[in-house]
Design a protein around this ligand. Structure first.
Ligand code: GLY
Length: 285
């Protein structure tokens, strides 16, 4: 089976970061081809996206309203092995910490204990803040002071509310994996955890395929989007039809996107109003 890997830069991402989706896709596909493992390709693709300061994951993540950065990330493969971290601070690559969690008996570690776990596994202290993330926080705080906070889950006149990065892959042996990482959304309370760290919501993988979602986490969790899309693929729908059905679960004014890989190829969909969805897949890398 031909190896296949898809990446995305998040709901709301535009053409200015298309190069990030492609570079991460090339890196992931290269590792996938060399290592032969879907999971390894996904980890490297997501880590590359986390390292791009333009994207809302790892370096450049959104700040909570108290100025802290708390990140969520998760991995899952076709054998239902999974690892995730939520509200983790001061690490460079949350997805690599999630990978370490995957080799424990647990699935999800959170907050300061996730950070302590990361340190114990060699992840150095790292400040993911950038001048741009500080500017975005100042903008959010100004809007809060002016009483211009959007209804949390709605699109808001081009306001950059979200953005999550992710990848899905299928390797030569037909094994699947999904990975996701995010700094969350704007206007976030400390301690808030979105869909990305929650299996079935932000990602899902199994013997039939792999799915990664992006968009407003609260809305995605309510609909358990990734498992819904996975179940469509498992029932025999094409990955594209499954992605379209997943996005159709949401009202038009909720930003959401999804990428999918299955035995019958790949699919991707985003809500109709989204101007662009920066994503890349095997054949365009
Ligand atoms: N989809 C990322 C989040 O809402 O946290």
């Amino acid at each position: 089976m031909e190896p296949l890997l898809l990446t995305h830069c998040g709901a709301g991402s535009d053409r200015s970061v298309q190069d990030a989706a492609e570079a991460a896709g090339r890196r992931g596909l290269d590792v996938l081809r060399r290592s032969g493992r879907a999971l390894r390709g996904v980890v490297e693709a997501v880590a590359a996206l986390e390292d791009d300061p333009r994207l809302n994951a790892g370096t450049g993540s959104r700040m909570r309203i108290d100025g802290r950065i708390q990140m969520d990330a998760a991995l899952m493969d076709g054998d239902l092995e999974a690892g995730a971290v939520a509200a983790i601070e001061r690490v460079r690559n949350p997805v690599r910490v999630a990978w370490d969690v995957l080799s424990t008996p647990h699935i999800l570690l959170v907050g300061p204990d996730a950070q302590a776990f990361a340190r114990a596994h060699g992840h150095a202290d790292y400040d993911p803040a950038t001048p741009e993330s500080r500017k975005k926080l100042e903008d959010s705080l100004r809007r809060i002071r002016e009483g211009r906070v959007p209804r949390y889950y709605r699109k808001f006149n081009g306001l950059d509310l979200h953005g999550t990065v992710g990848a899905v892959a299928r390797d030569r042996r037909g094994r699947f994996a999904a990975g996701v990482s995010t700094g969350g959304t704007s206007f976030m309370l400390p301690g808030r955890v979105g869909d990305s760290a929650i299996l079935g919501s932000g990602i899902y993988a199994g013997p039939h395929g792999a799915v990664c979602a992006t968009g407003i986490g609260e809305e995605i969790m309510k609909r358990v989007l990734s498992k819904y899309v996975y179940d469509q693929v498992a029932a025999g729908r094409s990955p594209q039809a499954a992605a379209d059905r997943g996005v159709a679960l949401f009202p038009r004014d909720v930003s959401v996107g999804v990428i999918v890989v299955g035995r019958r190829g790949w699919g991707e969909a985003c809500d109709a109003d989204m101007a662009y969805f920066a994503s890349a897949r095997g054949r365009t890398l």
